[in-house]
Design a protein around this ligand. Structure first.
Ligand SMILES: Cc1cc2nc3c(=O)[nH]c(=O)nc-3n(C[C@H](O)[C@H](O)[C@H](O)COP(=O)(O)O)c2cc1C
Length: 174
């Protein structure tokens, strides 16, 4: 896909089928994160957990559902793969760096024809469960910040003709 086509085709999916994602595709998406800009070259402050283990995904779902007070909630929307980005930094810089990795992966997934979703809320909940964090192979001193859910959309959407965002104003200072 041309880059402009990828930008237009990226869209949040909140209804995944249970069809597994080929390992090679997940690897390509995770690798896309490694091309992202990172403040002060602090690449060592970031970590990826590539999770396809259904039991671990279910534990994350249950943890987030409990935090939301709705045990049936599924903030992962049935996605068969989740790439969690953790950071050893704190505050704004952690979120800024993580978001750069996440966006690269959302675009790489789109380019690979895979549905995707930026998932933060569920990861916020999961990060508070130390045993679960360990199961996610997050290193000591790192905290899960955000993630990308990946899979196949139950009802794929056509690329957008116009941006969904018509609220953010652009001012040109020239
Ligand atoms: C920082 C951030 C956190 C987000 N967290 C979630 C989330 O936890 N769950 C979710 O369903 N969508 C989440 N989203 C996705 C946004 O809701 C979505 O991108 C937005 O509604 C625009 O829709 P689009 O992605 O289809 O363009 C998040 C997006 C960003 C940038």
């Amino acid at each position: 896909m041309q880059f402009s086509e990828v930008l237009k085709a990226r869209v949040s999916t909140r209804d995944f089928t249970d069809r597994p994602v080929p390992a090679e595709a997940i690897g390509t998406i995770a690798e896309a994160a490694l091309y992202a800009p990172v403040g002060m070259h602090r690449y060592d402050t970031l970590h990826l957990s590539v999770i396809t283990d259904r039991d671990v995904l279910e534990r994350i779902r249950r943890c987030a559902a409990a935090a939301a007070g709705d045990e049936k909630a599924d903030p992962l929307h049935g996605a068969p793969a989740l790439i969690v980005v953790s950071s050893s930094q704190e505050g704004t810089i952690a979120g800024l760096n993580v978001s750069c990795l996440v966006e690269n992966m959302l675009l790489a997934a789109t380019d690979a024809g895979l549905a995707n979703l930026y998932v933060r809320g569920a990861i916020d909940a999961a990060a508070k469960d130390a045993a679960l964090v360990k199961t996610m192979k997050v290193p000591e001193g790192f905290t899960p910040v955000a993630s990308v859910a990946i899979g196949y959309a139950a009802s794929p959407e056509a690329p957008r003709e116009t941006p969904k965002n018509n609220a953010t104003k652009i001012d040109f200072v020239q």
